[in-house]
Design a protein. Structure first.
Length: 187
């Protein structure tokens, strides 16, 4: 059993007869009254996000997890298929279990979080940044560079990203997978 002092981003806990992953948390100690922890939890089974507040010292049931590296192979109508690089076994994961899946391309290495007791996949995490090629980009307006102007672009996986005006089709860019933002152009 863990307590609210053990809450951190990425922790998997049992809450309301389901397994939830902590995606945000904030320890609050008001001047008056007891301390508490405000959390945002995401269900690993259906992707639903809920807000919850735990009082300080509240006991929570932690789910023991293991992480393994898998290679993304392909997707179909229901989800994604991955291969373990060590023993070449394949697993399938529902689309709801992966955040920002539009930034995954075949061959990409992904970290899959599994329950330790029965090795059931709980979620998959993309690397913090990915390198993508721009396939389409809106034309930039000449002279509109005094401010941090952005335009729409489509990358090789079909995801839409806001990029600076100087980005053209064929350019390779680095994207933050957490929020889908442009980081830099790569030569």
């Amino acid at each position: 059993m863990a307590t609210t002092a053990d809450i951190k981003k990425g922790l998997c806990i049992v809450y309301s007869n389901d397994i939830y992953k902590v995606i945000e948390f904030l320890h609050v100690k008001p001047g008056k009254g007891p301390a508490f922890v405000r959390t945002k939890l995401k269900s690993v089974t259906n992707g639903k996000v809920v807000d919850n507040t735990f009082s300080a010292g509240h006991k929570i049931e932690e789910v023991k997890v293991i992480t393994r590296k898998y290679q993304y192979l392909y997707d179909d109508d229901h989800g994604f298929h991955f291969m373990n690089n060590d023993d070449f076994s394949q697993i399938y994961i529902n689309k709801e279990m992966i955040e920002n899946a539009q930034f995954m391309k075949p061959g990409e290495e992904v970290t899959i979080i599994m329950r330790e007791s029965d090795e059931t996949p709980l979620s998959a995490e993309l690397p913090p940044t990915v390198l993508m090629e721009v396939t389409e980009a809106d034309p930039g307006v000449k002279g509109n560079t005094a401010t941090n102007a952005l335009k729409n672009a489509v990358v090789e996986t079909g995801a839409r990203v806001l990029v600076p005006l100087f980005i053209e089709p064929g350019d390779k860019i680095r994207i933050n997978t957490e929020d889908g933002s442009y980081i830099e152009r790569v030569k």
